[in-house]
Design a protein around this ligand. Structure first.
Ligand code: PXG
Length: 289
């Protein structure tokens, strides 16, 4: 496997980062996860824009333009001869002194991995997930900006540990006020009386690219939608529920905390969104070569 690292495509065995890199020492950095389908990167510009916004928000200025990063991303996919897969693009603060001060790190490091990802076995896309609410809360937006896709994922990992220990594959995370924020690596959607509902970004959700695609598709499919504060009760009593993310794509949820959602099977609206998402993902995107 060829990895893009700081301006060069190198062999996987040579793709190494310093133990003094603040990305590793302090989780100081940002990342993106992207998908490519049929040799085309889905929503590439949006992901790179979010990467630059995340970096800017944490005072990390990249020494490349967005156009250059788009080019490097495509080159990495092409160099590995892949047509379908997953891209992990990571920007770290770079190597510096011990101590938090990011200004002692001279240059950020960037690496790009083009590989594959499988978050959930196929059967769950057909039959839906049974998920739980976890005790781990999303940090307040004033503590950690939810839009910043940073290398600080311990909060989500602890939530994921709770899910796995309860024999669930995903967990709903609430914010400090008890409102639904999102899942550990996916945004959450409900259908209630024909209306598509999703938590507000200000309730602690990542401003997901797939989330935005679903809202666009809602417009095209003529499904009214609303972003609003939601509670667990809203999920228990919804007609349908599904999760979205670059890695997860669109996946139905059929129960929360052992309460059946709707009739306990993936619903008709969910199936329509799933189909529309795959049609769009399979037919649009930036060609890698
Ligand atoms: N919420 C969180 C906390 C995420 O990390 C999403 C929502 C969905 O956003 P997008 O833009 O992808 O629609 C994410 C996505 C990985 C990986 O290993 C990354 C995510 C999720 C799961 C795994 O690269 N991020």
């Amino acid at each position: 496997m060829k990895i893009w690292l700081d301006g060069k495509l190198v062999d996987e065995s040579e793709a190494k980062i310093s133990v003094f890199d603040h990305g590793l020492l302090y989780g100081d950095g940002v990342f993106e996860g992207l998908r490519f389908y049929n040799g085309r990167v889905f929503r590439l510009e949006e992901h790179i824009r979010r990467l630059f916004d995340s970096a800017h928000a944490i005072c990390l200025e990249l020494p490349w333009t967005q156009e250059e990063v788009i080019k490097f991303t495509c080159e990495t996919v092409a160099a590995n001869g892949l047509t379908d897969g997953y891209i992990r693009l990571v920007v770290t603060r770079g190597a510096g002194e011990l101590g938090l001060n990011p200004y002692l790190c001279k240059t950020p490091s960037m690496f790009i991995i083009a590989s594959t990802i499988k978050l959930y076995p196929e059967e769950y896309y057909q039959n839906g997930l049974a998920i739980i609410t976890c005790a781990t809360r999303r940090p307040a937006p004033a503590a950690l900006m939810p839009q910043v896709k940073s290398l600080n994922y311990l909060n989500n990992i602890m939530a994921k540990v709770e899910a796995i220990q309860s024999n669930a594959l995903e967990a709903v995370m609430l914010n400090e006020q008890g409102y639904v924020a999102e899942c550990t690596g996916d945004n959450l959607f409900l259908i209630k009386n024909g209306v598509l509902l999703t938590p507000l970004i200000s309730d602690g959700a990542l401003d997901g690219i797939t989330r935005a695609v679903i809202l666009e598709l809602a417009d095209q499919l003529g499904v009214p939608f609303k972003e609003k504060s939601l509670t667990r009760y809203d999920i228990y009593t919804a007609d349908e529920c599904f999760l979205t993310g670059t890695a997860a794509e669109v996946i139905p949820v059929v129960s929360l905390d052992r309460r059946k959602i709707g009739d306990g099977k993936p619903g008709e609206f969910t199936k329509r969104f799933l189909k529309a998402f795959h049609e769009l993902a399979g037919s649009t995107g930036t060609p890698v070569a």
